[in-house]
Design a protein around this ligand. Structure first.
Ligand SMILES: NC(=O)c1ccc[n+]([C@@H]2O[C@H](COP(=O)([O-])OP(=O)(O)OC[C@H]3O[C@@H](n4cnc5c(N)ncnc54)[C@H](OP(=O)(O)O)[C@@H]3O)[C@@H](O)[C@H]2O)c1
Length: 245
């Protein structure tokens, strides 16, 4: 699929990896729709940059992905913004530690709603419409750690595992018209320092012995949109070999 002119919804687009994806696709002439939740100023700054650099007015769509009603409204608003959609990128995520022995329903709900349930509803409402138009790609951003869940992040890892199962289920359900794939990043951008990630240890446990960059994810997204027509139900691991270590 050509990136130029494609209508692309990116969740969690205001900052970090989502922002890098949005900027790169806008630069190549995609009509990006920017979803955000708390980062209003950053989303508006990104919209302004895209307007200035690429002469394109990206719609901003706000939704709390923990709230199903808002997720369904987001799906409707995204489709209505351009009358169709070519690509859905489920990038938004919450990543936070939990204490074994003290896990709460709130912890579980937060992890599952943002990382799995919202992508499920977006795929469910937008995928069949893409299928009807015989044109569509869905890219789910997972995490290679779903293969080796860290107990400190067990709700996040379990939610990402659910997302990957859903990714393959929708690859089947939406075939042959729509391709659904997942990207599994490794250490790309550190979470806030307060989270105390053992950075040196994490990087030692890669084969390439270094951190990745948002551009590694951007290039994989571009590949899936532009060239990945024979891939569906696939997981592409972009982790510097961490999963083999
Ligand atoms: N960073 C890494 O090294 C790494 C490693 C492995 C996997 N990944 C995956 O790659 C993707 C991007 O990573 P990232 O680190 O850039 O993500 P991130 O900063 O943790 O989160 C991206 C966005 O998700 C949105 N979000 C969180 N809770 C939300 C809610 N309740 N409703 C709506 N949006 C919500 C936030 O939007 P607002 O700020 O607007 O609220 C946030 O900016 C994620 O799926 C992540 O799991 C990243």
């Amino acid at each position: 699929m050509e990136i130029l002119g494609s209508k692309i919804l990116i969740t969690g687009a205001a900052k970090r990896i989502g922002r890098a994806i949005a900027l790169a696709l806008a630069e190549q002439g995609a009509q990006v729709l920017l979803h955000y939740h708390r980062s209003g100023p950053e989303a508006r700054a990104l919209q302004k940059q895209i307007r200035k650099d690429f002469n394109y007015e990206a719609p901003l769509l706000r939704a709390d992905l923990r709230q199903p009603a808002q997720v369904f409204r987001l799906a409707e608003a995204a489709w209505k913004a351009f009358g169709s959609l070519d690509v859905l990128i489920n990038n938004a995520s919450t990543f936070f530690p939990v204490a074994v022995g003290r896990i709460t329903p709130k912890d579980w709900h937060e992890a599952v709603s943002v990382n799995a349930e919202a992508p499920l509803y977006l795929m469910d409402r937008l995928g069949p419409r893409m299928q009807e138009r015989r044109r569509g790609k869905i890219i789910n951003i997972g995490d290679w750690n779903y293969l080796r869940p860290a107990s400190r992040f067990l709700s996040y890892c379990a939610a990402k595992a659910a997302l990957l199962s859903l990714s393959q289920a929708y690859a089947k359900a939406l075939a042959p018209q729509v391709q659904v794939n997942a990207i599994l990043p490794g250490a790309i951008l550190w979470p806030p320092d307060a989270m105390k990630i053992p950075k040196r240890k994490v990087l030692e446990r890669t084969l390439v012995k270094r951190q990745g960059s948002p551009q590694d994810i951007v290039k994989t997204v571009e590949f899936l949109i532009r060239d990945g027509d024979y891939l569906t139900g696939s997981f592409i691991t972009v982790d510097g070999g961490a999963s083999l270590y």
